[in-house]
Structure formats: structure tokens, C-alpha cells
Design a protein around this ligand. Sequence first.
Ligand code: GAP
Length: 512
Amino acid sequence: MYLIMSEDLFKNIISHSKEYGFIFPSSDIYDGLSAVYDYGQNGVLLKNNLKEYWWKSMVQMHENIVGIDTAIFMHPKIWKASGHVDAFNDPLIDNKDSKKRYRADVLIEDYMAKLDEKIEKEVEKSRKRFGDSFDEKLFRETNPRILENKDNRNVVEVRFKKALEASNLDEIKKIIEDCEIVCPVSGSKNWTDVRQFNLMFSTQMGSVAEGADTIYLRPETAQGIFVNFLNVLNTSRQRIPFGIAQIGKAFRNEIVARQFIFRMREFEQMEMQYFVRPGTEMVAYEYWKNTRISWHKKLGLGEDKYRFHDHLKTAHYANAAVDIEFDFPFGIKELEGIHSRTDFDLKQHQELSGKKLQYFDPELNENYIPYVVETSLGLDRLFLAVLSAAYTEEKLENDTRIVLKIPPVLAPIKIAILPLVKKDGLPEKAREIFNQLKLDYHIVYDEKDAVGRRYRRQDAIGTPFCITIDYDTFTDHMVTIRERDSMAQERIAITELSTYFSDKLSWKTILN
Ligand code: GAP
């Protein structure tokens, strides 16, 4: 049961992450670096497990998907070809009084979300008032306040969509003015004009004397896949449809970097490009939409926490795009994107590189540039989704505890080995069990403090099982296993431990 409201909950999750070695601000002793974070000793284990969950399901379990790992530095022409030099922009606007900078599109989206919220609140209020006799459909269709908010929202949405499509920055500013959107800091409507801001970081390769070239830190991992399409095709036995996946760092000079690891300037993506025959891309798009959302749901964070959100404006490379959104403590936000990228990228690379990026389809007896459906998940956002859904402040009979209810197979530490006391041969026996299990699982040994306090420490980092070794262990050759969520305890023979854990900590618990 949550004891606190969302805003406080989010603050508590952030401080818990730091206190228990999950996430530290980058360059902490220099007071941090904006929107850059480091993963600590527990964070890196959880992150690695999330990568493994994704890699297994995408690469290991799909015969027709292979994985690669490409360099962050790439030829600068790649970003010209991909459209990122010219079109990877966000519209920004400054408030002249607070000097704060915002994404103009986000200000409008937040305004529309507030109208949606008002509508839902109105419905909820009346549902409570009228109870069983409440006719929600009729109410939504006739209540004047709802109709007014709905109309208002629709008008804004239509104008906004048009403005985005035409990249009409004056109109975007006009919408902000007409909606009387104020700066959350100064409360004023004193806005600058809207400008485009390119999100790519650049640096120099080679010394100035040699004639340095401007290169970019990749803003997405996908381009490393596109430019290796031929290499993989020629060196594997893959035939269309097939996919290429990779996990790696991406960099974006985000205008407004907020909400902890949700929007970072250096982050990690897990992307897969699925190459298909032109004309079949919408079938693949639907397949991946459904496959990806059920992959998320198998994590057991709550089926109702996910929803699809179709893009109002697709990116410069896409003809259809949908987000899988997640209910984070600060609102429902994008977790993963699924994009139908047409043949845009391969075609562009073919043109700028002069290399034929085509596939000979033996069934059709013709060459074509394949179409691509992409699945693109932010690893850090997935981490935040798991952490925020797992974080639980629980009221017990005479106590409270903070417990991370992370799916056991993903937990950073799987088992804690706790001798009841640190004398009489109990630590030695505990070490024997530690050595028996350490090859298979990340485990910790802890003999400090009363056992209850040691349980709390493990709860706080999400360790699903604690093994306690007591005096009886010497005679019955059994130990007590305490399960994290139920706190139930059971006695298990030491010889049975491997079988016991191999069931409960198997990938089969979430992958099938
Ligand atoms: N290759 C397509 C692509 O990059 P995107 O929607 O811009 O598409 C895909 O990004 C995913 O990457 C997002 O759904 C999100 O999970 C993650 N992501 C994007 N920008 C991010 C940022 N600044 N910080 C953390 N994750 C980010």
C-alpha cells in the first residue's frame, strides 16, 4: 500500500536510488552534471539484467534476428543522409521573465493533457455523486463543461498538428499565446519567439592541423544498424524478413532535461530494425506493436500501467509511429517507440554513399530496398519504470519497510546469506553455502547486525531470497529461506537449494 502521494513518491525513489547504490548524479563531488547519471553497484546489475531480458527475447529467441555492436563515432555524412543534421530539432521557447527555456511542443501537449484531466475529474465527480445510476456515456455527450473542454482541446490539437507538419514556428507561438499558457516559474506570458534547436552533440576528429572533421555523437543507435545492413546480409544466412538489434549509448542535447533518468543527455537505447518486403510493413508494424507491449506486460509491473499513443506528427523518417507509454510517478509518458521507417534510411544512405543497399528477393525475382519497422526502447526509462513500480513503502504490524518488488530474475542481488550469529562455526557454514551458489547467482554475505535489520537492508535493494543459517543447520542440514514480498519463511535442505532457486530465478518466469 502506498503511504504517500506521487510527487513525494518520486522524490523518495530518487533519494532511495542514491542511498542504496542504484543511481548517482554524474560527477557528484563536483555537484553533478545536468541530466547525466552514473549507475552504482546495484544499478549496474539491474541494468545488465534488463539488457539480458531484452537481448534474450529479441535476439536469442528469434531465429531471424541477429545482434551487433557498432561504434558511437560514425562518418559525418551518415547524419546528413539520415536527416538528423537538417531535421533533428526541437522547437524551443524562452520565458523572458524567468529566463527559463522550454520545449514549445511540450508546453502545448501539457496544456492539452490538463484539459483531458479536467474532463476526467468532472466525470469522476459525477460518478461519485450519482453512484449506480450514473450514465457515463450520456454525461460525456451532454455535460456543457465537458463539451467546452473537449471542443477547446480538439481545436488546439488540430492547429498544433498542422503547425508541426508545416514546421510553422510562428503558429506554435500563437497557440501558446492563444491558450494563455504561462511559465510555471514566473507565471508570466512574456515569451520569446519559437526557434529550432538541433539536438546533436558535435566534436572534432583529428587535429586541427590535419584538417579536423566535425563528427557527431550518435543521437540514436539505429544508424549503426542501417549502415551495416549489407555487411550482415552478406555474412549471415538471414533472408527477408529479418532483424538487426543492438544495445548502446546515444546522446542528445535535450533542451529541457528533467525527471531524473527519464530524459538524459547521455542514455542507452535497445533498438531493432526489422527489414521487410515493401508493402508488408504494416503487418510487421502491427506484429511488433503487439509483441513489444506483451513483453513489457510480462514484467508484471501492472498491465494497466501501459497504453499506446499514436504520434500526432511522425518523425522525418516514419510513415506510422506509436509509443508504448508507461504510468510513471510523474505521469503517463513514452517508454518505447515503434516506427514504420519505410525505405527512407537505406535509400538515403544508398544515395549519399553511392553503394547499392538492395536485397534480391528470390520469390519475386527482383531487387528492392527493404522497408523497415523499428522498435526502440530507452534502457534508462525501462530501468525507471521497473524501479518506480517496484518501490513500495509498506506498513507492517509494528513497523514499516521499504521494499523493491523487482521481478526476482531481474533483481540485482538474488540471494543474501545470513548466519544467525557470527560465532560457533555459523559464518563458516554460511560461507560454504555462499561458495556453493556464487557461480550461478549474484549473492551477498552479511553477518552484521540483528537478522531483522539485515532483512530490511535486502528488502531495500530488492533481494528476493535470504538464507539464514542457524544452530539447527548443523544437525538437520537445512536452512531457512525468507521470501522478500510475502516475508514467508520455509525450511529447505541444503542439498535442495540449487533446484529450489533454479525454478524461482529462471528466465522462464518472465520469458516464454
Ligand atoms: N531510433 C528511433 C529513436 O531514437 P526516439 O523516440 O527518439 O526514437 C526512442 O527514442 C526511445 O529512446 C524513447 O522511447 C525513449 O525510451 C528513449 N529516449 C529518447 N530520448 C531519451 C532521453 N533523452 N533520455 C532517455 N531516454 C531517451
